[in-house]
Unconditional design. Structure first.
Length: 153
């Protein structure tokens, strides 16, 4: 059997020796760092744990969801642009960012941009403005419904 992974000894200057156990160790270490319960990790790795039957009774989909939500990947995470983050946030609030940006473009057809960064900043401002307006409407409707209810204490 080969030696274990030793990060202090490069493999002839071309990286490091990598073994199957290295991937298992990476898997366990990363899931632990992401806050996954150790019993779930051990179960996923095929270890027998005291809570084996409890975990097994939750089903494979339960474990798949834990794994998927942890976001573990051996690939580097791609940098998300600011506009993409704002669009995702807007979608999470139940709004359609493309519709908002289309309305803005139709409302200001004369607008032109010297560089793409200016366009992106303008789009971010439009999305944030739409988010604020939506939040204000929600708060106003909540306040109106709360003021219509009498409290009996």
């Amino acid at each position: 059997m080969g030696s274990r992974l030793d990060y202090s000894k490069p493999n002839c200057g071309k990286g490091y020796d990598l073994h199957v156990h290295s991937l298992r160790k990476f898997f366990k270490t990363q899931l632990m760092a992401l806050g996954v319960q150790p019993d779930y990790i051990d179960y996923m790795m095929g270890h027998t744990v005291d809570t084996y039957h409890d975990i097994e009774s939750k089903g494979i989909e339960f474990l798949r969801n834990i794994y998927a939500n942890a976001g573990l990947s051996i690939r580097p995470k791609a940098q998300t642009s600011k506009i993409d983050m704002v669009k995702e946030f807007i979608r999470g609030m139940g709004m359609n960012p493309e519709e908002i940006l289309t309305r803005q473009a139709l409302a200001e057809p004369h607008r032109s941009y010297a560089v793409g960064k200016d366009r992106e900043e303008d789009q971010i401002r439009a999305l944030c403005r739409a988010f604020k307006e939506n939040l204000k409407r929600e708060l106003d409707s909540t306040n109106q419904s709360d003021s219509g209810v009498e409290s009996h204490i």
